[in-house]
Ligand binder design. Structure first.
Ligand code: HEC
Length: 112
């Protein structure tokens, strides 16, 4: 995608301001350049924290205060990309982004 279309996309998503867009604009936009994928990291969180409430709380904490000690990412990943930068999102947007992230990858609803 060209720089112009990216800009237009960003403006459009800013105007709509829905949950999905906070997630797309912030999380996905950066994670596109990061491996392991958001999906893989999601399942690492799920394994470590098991419930929806605990996953969401741990993730909100991590996004606000990323530390090597709490990270589920491997040494190699942190060497390559550094820690995820501390989020600049407001709490409301942060929670919207996390809710969308959860809805995108949660498996429970899909199994039924
Ligand atoms: C500017 C880039 C950037 C943005 C924005 C970003 N991330 Fe990350 N994220 C990374 C990088 C790099 C890592 C790997 C290093 C680490 O784990 O800290 C990572 C790690 C993670 C992890 C694993 C955390 C852990 O315990 O190591 C999760 C889950 C995650 N991101 C989700 C998100 C979500 C959800 C958002 C949006 C609210 C988001 N990220 C925004 C770059 C980003």
């Amino acid at each position: 995608m060209g720089r112009l279309s990216v800009t237009i996309l960003l403006i459009l998503s800013a105007l709509q301001g829905s949950n999905v867009n906070v997630y797309e604009r912030n999380c996905v936009a950066c994670h596109r350049h990061v491996s392991p994928s958001l999906e893989k990291l999601f399942f690492d969180y799920l394994l470590k924290y098991s419930s929806e409430r605990r996953v969401k709380r741990a993730l909100a904490d991590y996004l606000k205060h990323p530390t090597k000690k709490r990270s589920v990412a491997s040494e190699e990943v942190i060497q390559k990309y550094g820690l995820m930068p501390k989020t600049w999102l407001r709490d409301t947007d942060l929670h919207k982004a996390i809710d969308t992230y959860w809805e995108t990858y949660k498996v429970f609803g899909k199994i039924k």
